[in-house]
Unconditional design. Structure first.
Lengths: 194, 210
């Protein structure tokens, strides 16, 4: 669950979003690399991190445009085959970002159902691949998952691997790794005192 | 102990679950006479060379010291397991009733009481098959959950099987809940007629026909 202290949430909010300024802003020309003066014009298109864009949106200073990862191209790819799309390259926080953008009244209202469709499609793949617990199929597939999906995947896979490891047997007590190192005998060869 | 590892993942680890399974009662036939054992959880009466019911941990401890033979539980016979396997294969949505800790008990007995079980290879392969068929059923059931699922009911599932799917299922349900809930309200003009359904409970995704 997202929250103030959640690391994934914090990193996710760093994702850049392109916004269009509705008002002119003075003294923050830093944000717009294309401006000559130290101001941002009204109507300028700027890339801001999500946390800033959200705050400015609440003050009605900007309007948020749809990020590139929800473009038509991605939609068509997901409709073709949801499981093969490499979402991590486009945006590793695909779902979280989408969920945060939905209440921002972005022009495109169908993002929510699109996310749901994409997730349902990929969920089936995650389900089958994560529980098979074979080492071969995993690396290719898991690089395509977003952060949230890979947490799901890892949870299933680690519990499956733990079960298999238990099933192979062995004692329940594990030897501490520090005891495994060979220790050199430190008896110096000193002459015995007479 | 439980909870020391990543708290987001499974509550129990597999060895912990095995430890809990050792509280189940089994029947043993001691080889020797011994007076009563008084331990914290109770007294285990004087041991004569006749059938006694003891917890599994005590049975394994006696077995390791060669003081008893363990009688195979009656559900672990080849006929009974073949019946269970047939029934599992026939009903694609139901699970057959099996002892709650059957996976752990069978593994412990295979490891320590190998000579006490008749037809051990057959029993072992049957239990593996049963486990595989049941897990496959769980997976097929999981494919059908969606955002409307409020609860997933898995009747007769055993402890180890529950433990394996627990982190995945919890996370998946959370993710579906997150994706599905606000979107319905987001588009009131197209889905106006569906609005009342958001507050009702939604369908229960049983893995057992009602």
């Amino acid at each position: 669950m997202p929250g103030y202290y959640d690391i994934d949430d914090i990193i996710m909010e760093e994702e850049p979003i392109s916004v269009v300024f509705q008002v002119g802003a003075h003294g923050v020309g830093l944000l717009d690399p294309g401006s000559e003066t130290n101001n941002v014009e009204n109507g300028a298109k700027v890339d801001l991190p999500f946390w800033l864009a959200h705050e400015l949106y609440l003050r009605q200073a900007v309007s948020i445009s749809v990020p590139a990862c929800f473009s038509q191209k991605t939609r068509k790819e997901i409709q073709a085959d949801a499981a093969c799309v490499d979402l991590r390259i486009r945006c590793p926080y695909f779902y979280e970002l989408g969920c945060k953008i939905v209440p921002c009244k972005v022009s495109d209202k169908s993002i929510g159902s699109f996310l749901h469709y994409a997730f349902t499609g990929r969920y089936k793949e995650i389900l089958s691949k994560s529980h098979s617990a074979s080492v071969v199929t995993v690396p290719k597939f898991s690089t395509r998952l977003t952060k949230e999906e890979s947490q799901l995947f890892e949870a299933a896979r680690s519990s499956m691997l733990a079960f298999k490891k238990w099933r192979l047997g062995g004692s329940r007590l594990e030897k501490a790794s520090i005891l495994g190192r060979k220790r050199k005998t430190t008896i110096p060869a000193c002459p015995s005192t007479p | 102990m439980a909870g020391q590892s990543d708290p987001h993942l499974s509550i129990f680890s597999a060895p912990e679950l095995e430890f809990l399974a050792e509280d189940e009662m089994v029947e043993v036939v001691p080889n020797i006479r011994m007076e009563a054992l008084h331990v914290i959880c109770g007294d285990f009466g004087p041991f004569f060379p006749q059938i006694a019911k003891v917890p599994l941990w005590l049975a394994l401890a006696l077995k390791k010291r060669d003081k008893c033979t363990i009688r195979t539980p009656e559900w672990m016979s080849v006929e009974r397991l073949t019946q269970v396997l047939e029934a599992e294969r026939e009903s694609p949505r139901e699970f057959q009733p099996l002892p709650f800790h059957y996976v752990e008990i069978s593994r412990l007995l295979f490891d320590h009481a190998r000579d006490d079980i008749p037809d051990i290879y057959m029993v072992r392969s049957l239990i593996e098959d049963i486990r595989y068929v049941r897990f496959h059923k769980v997976e097929t059931g999981l494919e059908t959950i969606s955002g409307r699922t409020h609860a997933v009911k898995l009747k007769n599932l055993s402890a180890m099987e529950v433990n394996i799917v627990r982190p995945f299922m919890v996370r998946a349900l959370q993710a579906f809940y997150k994706h599905d809930s606000p979107q319905m309200i987001q588009q009131p003009q197209t889905m106006g007629s569906r609005r009342p359904q958001v507050v009702d409970r939604g369908s229960r995704r049983d893995l057992r026909p009602r």
